[in-house]
Design a protein around this ligand. Structure first.
Ligand code: FAD
Ligand code: SIN
Length: 547
């Protein structure tokens, strides 16, 4: 199969990129693949919203930049933080033009919520189902764009690259991408898709952990594939745990209780009813996620409990239902009335701050391969992502990648004579063995590389994962099945996280090794401040949006 552009992923990053590219080049073919249904994404689950400077009276780009750098604990790329923040309003305006409906106040202004680490109300949202609104809006636009083809239940196996085609001649050269081998799960056939440009927008890694807020699709496939193709991967040790996932006994998938609930007055309490966050940070419940998650872990260590509580009893029922309808419904379904009973919560793996390293245009270190969204590392998040900056990043970088790739799409030739992927005939997938291996991987990662870690734990986990790797069929010459492919990718991703963690000599942001000096959160570094001052000169133009 041939397509001008291959997009791997149907979340906010993949769909935004596909839409813009297809509309700018109506004669080009754009193929979007996703391994489940179109809307099985982390995007669909997003609750809180998108952080954008739209309040031109109280807010400013400088404040958003400052909050992002401060959360990132000295590891953000200041230049990237600046342009993402400044380009945010224009990207949001496009979403509104596509038809996304966000909550508005009585005077028709965008209603803004507050989340941890933000110095003021800045988060544009649609109730607590912002992601669903965005996902549906983008999918509706895609359906109306004739030169976009969406292939569901089609899982990418590996990228097709120069390195694989010419193993002997290639050594030392920059690798080049020509598309991907994919498995059509409906027919069980392997298809080679030749593309001029390939965009990896395959989302996060949450499924590598036992407890996660993430969708089942978040198995690190894009990062693992890019790594196998020799792309630069960065900062994988910085995995963010969301402080308030709903605690449900014996359940691994954790429903999220949005940080916006704390922004609306929700208070964390331990089992003795004590509001403890004041003991850890002056911002109390609205400190950044790394601080709140560690504070909860410390409380649980002291009490021996397996969860703390989010007290929302002070929030009027009508307000709760209006702002958090999805959370209210979920609570009611499991017998919790938030007005009368505190909600049990526990930290849960949520977001990968690292990923495939890109330049400011979303280009990776492999020629003709772009990455965008949660599987990328752009420099925006540093050591800890500021709440609601992920959807923003995906919008800004998909636009930049689109702008950058248009010329290439017009001029690049297709790679000819791509060989077939050699695989032996399918055997029955060993479903039970794969399931056992996945459980073992998740337990290993959660026990040894969670909110805190140590060298001993990291070494142990690396050994366990390597052992699992030798026992797991790799794709070459072995049975091929979507779950086996995912397991391989999860092992590769787990090892990338563990090995990156071993390299770190300093605790910062979401990373905490108990063998290293405890240190206080550095927040915004002197270097960040210096860069910011020099970049920001003459840049404080007014925010002219028509939202
Ligand atoms: P996704 O939306 O996850 O899409 C990934 C796509 O890749 C899917 O279509 C999947 O099928 C496809 N895919 C994966 N592997 C393969 C493969 N091998 N072959 C083919 N296709 C593949 N961020 C915010 O900014 N604000 C929020 O309020 C917010 N709330 C959140 C709430 C929850 C519960 C969660 C889990 C995350 C939240 N986030 C939030 C983070 C944010 O939603 C995600 O980072 C973002 O949506 C990721 O978008 P994406 O396009 O990169 O990936
Ligand atoms: C939330 O609503 O708490 C999640 C927001 C985010 O992950 O940015």
């Amino acid at each position: 199969m041939k397509t001008d552009v291959l997009v791997i992923g149907s979340g906010i990053a993949g769909l935004s990129f596909a839409l813009k590219t297809a509309r700018a080049l109506p004669k080009a073919t754009v193929t979007v693949i996703c391994k489940g249904k179109e809307a099985e994404t982390n995007t669909r689950l997003a609750q809180g919203g998108i952080a954008v400077v739209v309040d031109t009276v109280n807010d400013s780009f400088e404040k958003h930049i400052y909050d992002t750098l401060s959360a990132g604990d000295g590891l953000c790329n200041t230049k990237v933080v600046e342009f993402v923040t400044r380009e945010g309003p224009a990207r949001l305006e496009e979403l509104v033009r596509y038809g996304a409906q966000f909550d508005r106040t009585a005077d028709k202004m965008l209603d803004l919520a507050k989340e941890g680490g933000h110095s003021l109300h800045r988060v544009v949202h649609a109730g607590d189902f912002t992601g669903l609104e965005i996902q549906q809006t983008l999918l509706a636009q895609v359906t109306n764009t004739p030169n976009i083809l969406v292939l569901t239940e089609t899982i990418a196996i590996d990228l097709i690259t120069e390195k694989d085609l010419h193993t002997t001649k290639h050594s030392g050269k920059k690798n080049k991408c020509f598309g991907a081998y994919v498995l059509d799960q409906k027919t069980n056939k392997i298809v080679k898709i030749a593309a001029k440009i390939t965009m990896l927008a395959s989302g996060g890694v949450g499924q590598v952990y036992k407890h996660t807020t993430n969708s089942a699709i978040a198995t690190g496939d894009g990062i693992a594939m890019a790594h196998r193709a020799g792309a630069k991967i960065k900062n994988m040790a910085y995995v963010q745990f969301h402080p308030t996932a709903l605690y449900e006994k014996n359940k691994d998938a954790n429903f999220l209780i949005s940080e916006a609930v704390r922004g609306y007055g929700g208070i964390l309490r331990n089992s003795r009813g004590i509001a403890f966050m004041g003991n850890y940070d002056s911002r109390k419940d609205l400190a950044t996620r790394d601080i709140v998650a560690r504070a909860i872990t410390s409380e649980l260590g002291k009490s021996g409990d397996d969860h703390v509580f989010l007290d929302c009893r002070q929030i009027p029922k009508a307000d709760f239902i209006k702002h958090f309808p999805t959370i209210y419904k979920k609570c009611k379904r499991i017998g919790i009335n938030p007005r009368a009973t505190m909600i049990p919560v526990v930290p849960s793996a949520h977001y990968c701050c690292g990923g495939i390293s890109t330049d400011p245009n979303g280009e990776t270190s492999v020629t003709n391969l772009y990455a965008c969204g949660e599987n990328s590392y752009t420099g925006l998040h540093g050591a800890n992502r500021l709440a609601s900056n992920s959807l923003l990043e995906a919008l800004v970088f998909s636009h930049r990648a689109f702008k950058n790739s248009v010329k290439k799409i017009k001029t690049q030739p297709y790679k000819k004579n791509i060989p077939n992927l050699l695989l032996s005939k399918d055997r029955q997938p060993q479903t039970k063995a794969i399931h056992r291996a996945v459980v073992s991987l998740k337990e290993t990662m959660s026990a040894n590389s969670g909110i805190t870690t140590s060298y001993k734990q990291l070494n142990k986990a690396i050994l366990l994962l390597k052992d699992l790797q030798t026992k797991t069929p790799r794709r070459q010459g072995e049975a091929i099945h979507a779950r086996t492919l995912e397991l391989n990718n999860m092992i590769d991703t787990g090892l990338l996280i563990l090995k990156d963690a071993k390299r770190l000599k300093k605790n910062r942001g979401v990373f905490y090794n108990t063998d290293l000096e405890s240190g206080k959160q550095a927040g915004i570094s002197a270097e960040n401040l210096h860069e910011l001052r020099s970049h920001s000169k003459n840049k404080t133009k007014s925010n002219t949006i028509t939202l």
